[in-house]
Design a binder for this molecule. Sequence first.
Ligand SMILES: [Zn+2]
Length: 259
Amino acid sequence: MYNLRNPKQRARYRRATTRRRDSNFGASERIIRAVFAKERKAMISALPRVGKVDKAEWTKAFRRMWLLSGENAWRYSEETWGAAQATARGRQHKPTKAIRVFGLQYKQIPAWMKWVAEYLFSNGAEKIDGIGNVTKQRVKAALAEGIANEESIPELADRIDELYGGFEGSRSTMIAQSETIEAFNRGSQAQAKEAGSTLDNMWICTDDDRTRDAHKPPPDGIGNTTVPYDEEFECDDGTTWPGDAVNCRCTIGYAIPEK
Ligand SMILES: [Zn+2]
């Protein structure tokens, strides 16, 4: 177990956690790239009109990504949070076993699945709409330019190919990383809550030059501060949990409350 109030141990925890979390980036990226690849085909077959962004495909992709990273976080939180909590109570930690639910692809704890489903209805739906709108705007602009140049359908198709090449590259990476980090931190929170945590929640930041001010340690921001187990944070940027802001690399941790 790690004592997160000790800076050295906190740094070790952060490295171990982010290594584990970031190991999901590749799988998440493949999920996102596959949706863009499908969309590329749909856009080309709709030419010269703008094709359809299939929201159901995106919802499925988000669900897969969230279940994957969240399950990883859930097991990890069980080890780290569970061990710290047991120590705080002067007991040995007995992990609860993950259970398999109706032969699904991922071993899941029902509470986490329920959480993901609820998330996708609220906050996730908005993100999926956002991705769809950005895509459509960019496709529209590319096609308008091609049509103004009186290009043929194969030439318009080339434009779409080029645009989607970028979507399946850096844009997929950005979306996958952002969602993985948020899913991991939220999965960890869901596990700690479900298991009855009474430890403080700690917002652990990467203290380097890419960290935004609002996430740095005081006096600049909220980094490495704690709130009681049943509270979320009040960050200056309006977010309430590490990883909720786009491109945030912060991590959630659990610390024994100070007396
Ligand atoms: Zn951050």
